[in-house]
Design a protein around this ligand. Structure first.
Ligand code: PHE
Length: 338
């Protein structure tokens, strides 16, 4: 008898459950009227009196332990019940990891917003273009070295305006818009562009641009300058200054390159290579040939155009060190732009 009591003691000690049915099974097995413990007390009457003291003690312990275990487990389950009743359904849900936009998309959207405040709407066009819309209509003479500024990938090449190629700038969308719409025209053209440039073995030939076009009567260079100054201040801060340097593009005359003042305030730093200025875009007055190529009377209308790379703007705005980071899809980089 002593042995079986010890075995039951071990069983009771190790029993654990949070399920009400299992706890009830435990109670029935050991403590109910026909359970093991009352049965043992019944058997106890039969044992010789010299053993009664020893067995009696351990039998009592068994009973106490079983009751304690039962009380403990019942208390636990009812506490859990209370807790689940107290669940606050208004608590915020666990947050989901929703990801973030690519810095190029962020800057693109910001540019679209800034120019929208000046009345510019977004125009888009195909990435696979023809020679006419990318080069010839934009006043790139055939075989002119200006074409070397923007070498591209050809899909079909016969050496005429029907060549099929990847667009090197979104200026092609200017042409497509002017061909089908009469001035006033005030659009910006964000999009992906392609150039055949082997800068380094790992460099990419795909980037993103936002170009702008404003055609109306009496549009002047002063309008261009004011528009770009507004953009620079909105994008880089109120204190930003701009500088225009003469340049050349076949499709604009006069043409300029625009710099913004560097954050180092002209003191000179690594970013501006100790010049105090950072180049950000090309611009100019739309060449009369371009207007005429699109059926717009250049004696009545004039306009300006500008174009910039989104990667470069993002680089300057977010102080990104290496342009390759844009294409590596490294979450550690991308998740910093929330
Ligand atoms: N299309 C030019 C480029 O990609 C940018 C530009 C647009 C310059 C409009 C002047 C006017 O380099």
């Amino acid at each position: 008898m002593l042995d079986s009591i010890k075995q039951f003691l071990g069983e009771i000690e190790h029993f654990a459950s949070h399920k009400k049915e299992e706890i009830e099974q435990f109670r029935i097995k050991f403590l109910s009227r026909k359970g093991i413990i009352p049965q043992l007390f019944e058997d106890f009457k039969q044992i010789p009196s010299e053993k009664k003291k020893e067995v009696g003690q351990i039998l009592n312990t068994l009973k106490v332990k079983a009751q304690e275990k039962l009380d403990f487990l019942l208390q636990k389950t009812s506490e859990n019940d209370e807790k689940s009743k107290l669940l606050d359904l208004t608590l915020p849900a666990e947050s989901l990891n929703v990801g973030s936009r690519h810095p190029v998309s962020l800057i693109r959207n910001e540019m679209v917003e800034i120019f929208a405040r000046l009345g510019f709407t977004v125009s888009e066009g195909p990435e696979i273009e023809d020679d006419w819309h990318v080069f010839s209509s934009l006043n790139f003479p055939e075989n002119h070295p200006a074409r070397d500024m923007q070498d591209t990938f050809f899909i079909e090449k016969n050496g005429d305006i029907n060549d099929v190629l990847l667009r090197t700038h979104t200026s092609s969308v200017q042409i497509r818009t002017m061909e089908k719409q009469k001035p006033p025209i005030r659009i910006i053209m964000p999009g992906r562009v392609f150039r055949n440039e082997a800068i380094s073995a790992r460099s990419h030939c795909i980037f993103h641009q936002v170009e702008g076009l404003y055609i109306d009567k009496k549009v002047s260079f002063a309008d261009l300058k004011q528009t770009l100054l507004y953009f620079a201040k909105e994008m880089f801060g109120e204190k930003t200054q701009i500088r225009l340097r003469p340049s050349f593009f076949p499709f604009t005359e006069p043409s300029a390159e625009m710099d913004i003042s560097c954050n180092c305030n002209g003191k000179g730093c690594n970013l501006c290579k100790y010049t105090g200025w950072l180049e950000i875009l090309g611009c100019g007055m739309v060449h009369p040939n371009v207007l005429e190529n699109c059926g717009i009377d250049s004696k009545v209308y004039s306009g300006f155009a500008f174009g910039m790379g989104i990667e470069r703007i993002a680089l300057l705005k977010y102080h990104i060190k290496d342009i390759r980071l844009y294409f590596e899809n490294d979450i550690r980089f991308l998740s910093q732009f929330r």
